[in-house]
Design a protein around this ligand. Structure first.
Ligand SMILES: Cc1cc2nc3c(=O)[nH]c(=O)nc-3n(C[C@H](O)[C@H](O)[C@H](O)COP(=O)(O)O)c2cc1C
Length: 197
């Protein structure tokens, strides 16, 4: 299925804080009339990158599992909304495992096709949602740096991010209607931005 936007749920908790926010963003995007393809990462079997560099030949990952299905769905879309909790100051393991398998596309882009660094045009847009328990200023810095280079591989520009501190237990976000509202509105605005191209 060709979709306008793919929404990736990166928390192991189906009803966790980042999932709740992403669900609101998906509702906002759908309300704006775009197709959204939802992917709950914990429902897929994806091996970590094994660094065998089978991808050196043609940019195709040698490990055959659910990665290929998810990769094709992401590459078919013009926008990506991705939600991750902060785990040890970066993305969740589910998200990181997916990201590392995209090394096959990095190899294609920079080694096989020899695209010069910083000399490509973004063709897609990305929207990041993240939540963490603490309130530190640098809480999202590591995660955002990781996202930046993940988006680079996908020829994607960061459109915006919704970063919410001091959310820990499942359901905590429900006591913050302002976050839920922001997620809905950002989802709606992201849909408009993706449609405009
Ligand atoms: C393995 C693990 C590591 C975590 N590391 C951090 C951390 O480094 N900083 C922080 O503020 N919260 C940390 N947390 C708390 C989560 O970010 C917080 O509970 C968040 O609300 C979970 O989001 P979710 O409900 O979307 O899964 C950690 C939680 C777990 C389970």
């Amino acid at each position: 299925m060709m979709s306008d936007i793919v929404a990736i749920y990166g928390s192991p908790r189906r009803k966790g804080n980042s999932s709740t926010l992403l669900k609101r963003a998906v509702a906002g995007a759908r309300g704006a009339g775009v197709n959204v393809d939802e992917i709950v990462l914990r429902d897929y079997k994806i091996s970590p990158c094994l660094e065998i560099y089978g991808c050196k030949k043609e940019g195709e990952c040698a490990i055959k599992d659910d990665f290929q299905v998810i990769r094709d769905r992401i590459l078919a879309a013009r926008g990506l909304m991705i939600a991750s909790p902060i785990f040890f100051y970066t993305v969740s393991a589910h998200v990181k495992i997916l990201m590392d398998r995209f090394q096959s596309l990095w190899v294609k882009k920079y080694w096989i096709d020899q695209t010069p660094f910083n000399a490509w045009t973004p063709t897609r847009k990305g929207f990041v949602i993240s939540v963490g328990a603490t309130r530190g200023k640098k809480l999202f810095d590591g995660m955002m740096l990781t996202m930046k280079y993940f988006f680079d591989v996908l020829d994607m520009e960061l459109w915006d991010s919704l970063l919410c501190r001091q959310l820990d237990f499942e359901g905590d976000v429900e006591t913050h209607p302002e976050y839920l509202e922001a997620a809905y509105q950002r989802g709606r605005d992201f849909a408009a931005a993706v449609r405009e191209g």
